[in-house]
Design a protein around this ligand. Sequence first.
Ligand SMILES: *Cc1c(COP(=O)(O)O)cnc(C)c1O
Length: 289
Amino acid sequence: MKKSLIETKEFYNRTIYIKRDDLLSKEFSGNKARKFHYFLENEFPNVKRVISYGSSQSNAMYSISVLAKLRGWRFDYYVKHLSSYLEENPHGNYKYALKNGMKIHVGQTVPTPTKSDLFLEEGGRQKEAEYGLKILAKEILEWKEEQGFKELNIFLPSGTGTTALFLQKAFCQFSPNCSVYTVPCVGDELYLKKQFLMLEEDERLHPKILIPTKKRHFGKLYRDSYKIWLELQDKMGIEFDLLYDPQGWITLLENPQIFEKPTLYIHQGGLIGNESMLARYKRKYSEDI
Ligand SMILES: *Cc1c(COP(=O)(O)O)cnc(C)c1O
């Protein structure tokens, strides 16, 4: 995997650096590429199939389908439900994962993995993610040295929190003057804290959790989320993800103290998922924004 670039942008009169992990490669990009990097590069002589589970429009599901295709593995994915609309009109992550050869199983129990199976947790929450996230941390540190920054704040929105956690852990190891800030997008701060604890017991290695002033439910549509997404595109010329990034940017702007140090935002990809989110947003708000 080659390095991703870091761009300097302005947003609401603040200078912000953006790590463009959305541009890592055409198919395998974003934080899922970092989290699954280990499985792309190491030898798995016994593995013939990958098993995973989660939602039918998950970014992780799509990235695993790319991984399986690149490695020549079969991919069995388990969902609790599949809407008849999506089944009849495949789009977004679901459509492209099917194109990569994913086999979908609806309402069945996830099988117990055998020796020839690789089992991947929902959303890629697993210890092997540390491998790729250490590489990401090193890329950031190399850039920080080039810029001559003594300190750096890093911000990214969280789902399982795996990306934020392993980044903070790597910085604690290599450069303690880097702080990772994040905001929970899937559950609340207690949920996120629990996720961190599952991967790392030592709380000194945990990122700092910011609490958004407004409660938003994951996957639901909000007018202010769509508005800031349009503004980001308009002012920076960058397309962000519609599930996590609006909550990320709104919360970052609510915390101006972060900008007292140079601040880096990590673009975690997820743009294929925008196809389905954008269709829903346009139906709901296009006339009145
Ligand atoms: C998966 C994903 C996240 C959440 O990553 P975690 O490591 O689970 O916190 C954030 N943004 C995008 C675009 C994602 O695809």
